[in-house]
Design a protein around this ligand. Structure first.
Ligand SMILES: [Zn+2]
Length: 396
């Protein structure tokens, strides 16, 4: 089908471009009057093919918009998941919770992404105001807990928009999250993204660039920290160190990146990070890591160590790479947000919801034998990585 080929092409195009997609975030869809093809979980946009899309019954998805669900978040999301599963005509391909958002935008193609530049604006203190000035034809939606609550809020906002303007929005900006772009042709999707990116690029200061020197102490400090992180049955960790001009910006003043910016950021990096800025780095790291583990029940994913850089703590080399990528993206978002009055991280209640959601999902997944959860905390895998010196190649 020509339309599905278009969908695959547009998905791959944005998926392969790091300005638009970080760590496999975002999803795409095509719809006709009866069916919706939406990216299934576990597929990367960059390499997706037809099997990467779940085919959904739109009549059943439509019914979800007006159904009354339980007030309790866990019960509600469980029922929503059931209903999504009932609407799914391709068993085994799992549609994301953002599927309903795709369904309710009344255009053939929808490309939902979390581009760094867009989030520079969406995670800034002036997000709503600047969005209205820059993109008067776009719908802005203030942050809402992900899942059905967010869908319902967007659905109602589209209804209001339609009543007031007689048309439907093609661009939806979501605070501390990203953007939805919808159109009847892929060419129009491209034109809209081009316009959004061009406008934002013109307003932000360029990112600091280039690698910067790492403290000689790294060869002592890092193995010590790795040993602390891996002890007591915590599993052998892989550390990845990044030191460059951007990282240096936030080593000098970490405040701007100590609060997560989006739910995805929390899924990969957790919601709390460790800063080590004293002289005796290993001792300070030990004290802070142990206090962190006692408080939170898991090891930290991100350490910012003065003189050494951003240290991502992964369960294996691949995991450490993803954490690095996601946290560097948060640094870029924080940097861009300065051009929009300063950063606006997630608020404590928003963070709590995600933290609890993860725990809840994990608990339920364990209870169900591991078959159903969507937002698993990184699972402990048998460690396949090599020893420390080979796995900390600094990256930019
Ligand atoms: Zn999203």
């Amino acid at each position: 089908m020509k339309e599905i080929d278009n969908l695959i092409a547009v998905s791959r195009k944005y998926g392969a471009d790091s300005r638009f997609v970080i760590a496999g975030g975002g999803n795409t869809s095509y719809k006709d009057t009866t069916h919706l093809w939406v990216k299934a979980s576990g597929h990367a946009l960059a390499t997706i093919d037809e099997e990467g899309f779940a085919v959904m019954d739109r009549a059943r998805l439509d019914a979800m918009a007006t159904k009354t669900y339980p007030a309790d978040a866990a019960e509600r999301e469980a029922q929503v998941k059931e209903d999504l599963s009932d609407a799914n005509l391709t068993r085994g391909r799992r549609p994301s919770v953002e599927t309903s958002l795709h369904n309710c935008m009344n255009f053939s193609y929808v490309v939902h992404l979390h581009p760094t530049l867009v989030n520079g604006l969406m995670c800034s203190v002036t997000a709503e105001k600047r969005c209205a000035e820059l993109f008067p034809d776009a719908l802005y939606v203030a942050y809402t807990d992900p899942g059905y609550t967010l869908f319902k809020k967007v659905y109602d906002a589209i209804g209001q928009w339609k009543a007031q303007r007689g048309s439907e929005p093609q661009v939806i900006f979501l605070q501390n999250h990203g953007i939805f772009v919808a159109a009847d042709t892929v060419a129009e999707i491209d034109a809209i993204y081009e316009d959004v990116m061009t406008k934002l690029e013109a307003l932000v200061a360029p990112l600091p660039e280039g690698e910067t020197p790492v403290c000689d102490c790294v060869s002592e400090v890092l193995p010590a920290i790795r040993q602390i992180l891996s002890r007591g049955g915590r599993g052998l960790k892989t550390l990845q160190v990044t030191k460059n001009a951007l990282v240096d910006e936030f080593l000098a003043n970490p405040k701007g990146v100590l609060t997560p910016f989006s739910p995805d950021g929390i899924v990969y990096c957790k919601s709390e990070y460790i800063v080590v800025d004293g002289e005796n780095k290993a001792a300070e790291a030990e004290e802070k890591i142990e206090a962190y583990v006692t408080r939170r029940g898991h090891t930290p994913k991100v350490l910012l160590i003065k003189g050494i850089g951003l240290v991502a703590v992964g369960d294996n080399a691949k995991n450490a790479r993803v954490i690095t990528e996601v946290f560097l993206d948060a640094m870029k978002v924080a940097f861009y947000a300065r051009s929009f009055g300063g950063e606006h991280g997630m608020e404590p209640a928003w963070i709590d919801f995600i933290d609890n959601w993860e725990v809840e999902n994990y608990r339920r997944t364990v209870g169900a034998g591991g078959a159903r959860g969507t937002r698993l905390p990184a699972r402990r895998r048998p460690n396949r990585s090599t020893r420390w010196p080979e796995t900390i190649a600094p990256s930019s």
